[in-house]
Design a protein around this ligand. Structure first.
Ligand code: ADE
Length: 257
């Protein structure tokens, strides 16, 4: 039985195999890495810990070496054509995905699977992609390493090649943590308040409005007066304007087009 409860004809643009769902069935996340120990504790805190405890999600890191067939458990090799560094081999990655997701061609994955290669050459991760990933039944994340990954993985195996930003990490592991965190907190029931995910940064194309808490006067720095009035309509207007001003200042690119 599928985890998803389908919304009839509604299909988000850019979806691959996944549709919007609002069920609370479990999301399964499998991470393929040569450093499974990297993930030992990172999902044991805060919202992610709670979501796991509430059985909204399972997260497992798998050692790529388990899918090697040679006695040295080789996961990388020299690049054809020469050049520096080593390239992650295709065979163990294809075998890992086949055993975890049930197929080794992107067009053959059962419904609700996304298989994602994390690499600096991917399309940039954002809130909309996080929402798509949160709507899946299974998310398989492949962490790239070294100088690169055999291109046949990107060409034929994965549904998505994703970068978390225009900088180069030493591997895809930190990127996998970012993607998993952003997706899990969007699962229905993961946040304390159901409205929190819809009022925060990016959910409406703007950055979040500024927040303040006690004291009202912190060494002469004041909380904006309107927030102390209890006047809901004025507070809402102030927040909209403050969010717009902050977006203009910090992220004018979000306001274009
Ligand atoms: N691996 C190395 N750099 C990366 C990036 N920016 N995003 C995702 N994976 C990466």
């Amino acid at each position: 039985m599928s985890r998803t409860s389908w919304f009839g004809s509604i299909r988000r643009k850019g979806f691959w195999n996944c549709e919007i769902n609002e069920s609370t069935e479990m999301l399964r996340v499998d991470i393929i890495t040569i450093f499974p120990g990297f993930f030992r504790e990172v999902f044991d805190y805060g919202i992610i810990r709670r979501a796991r405890a509430a059985k909204l999600v399972t997260v497992e890191a798998h050692d790529l070496r388990a899918w090697t067939s040679d006695k040295h458990h080789m996961v990388d090799d020299r690049p054809f054509g020469g050049g520096d560094g080593m390239v992650l081999k295709a065979e163990p990655i294809f075998a890992a995905v086949e055993s975890l997701a049930g197929a080794s061609r992107r067009e053959d994955f059962p419904e609700g699977r996304r298989v994602v290669l994390l690499s600096p050459q991917g399309r940039t991760f954002n809130q909309s992609l996080a929402t798509e990933f949160a709507a899946c039944q299974q998310l398989v994340l492949i962490c790239g390493r070294y100088e690169g990954v055999d291109e046949r993985v990107a060409e034929t195996l994965v549904t998505d090649e994703v970068s978390i930003g225009d900088y180069v990490l030493s591997g895809g592991e930190p990127a996998a943590i970012v993607v998993v965190d952003a997706a899990i907190r969007l699962l229905p029931g993961a946040l304390g308040s159901e409205t929190s995910a819809t009022t925060e940064s990016f959910s409406d194309g703007l950055l979040d409005y500024p927040h303040y808490t006690r004291p009202t006067d912190f060494g002469g720095l004041q909380v904006p007066e309107v927030l102390l009035t209890g006047h809901h309509a004025e507070i809402a207007r102030w927040r909209r304007e403050a969010a717009l001003a902050k977006t203009k200042r910090n992220r004018p690119d979000l306001l274009k087009g």
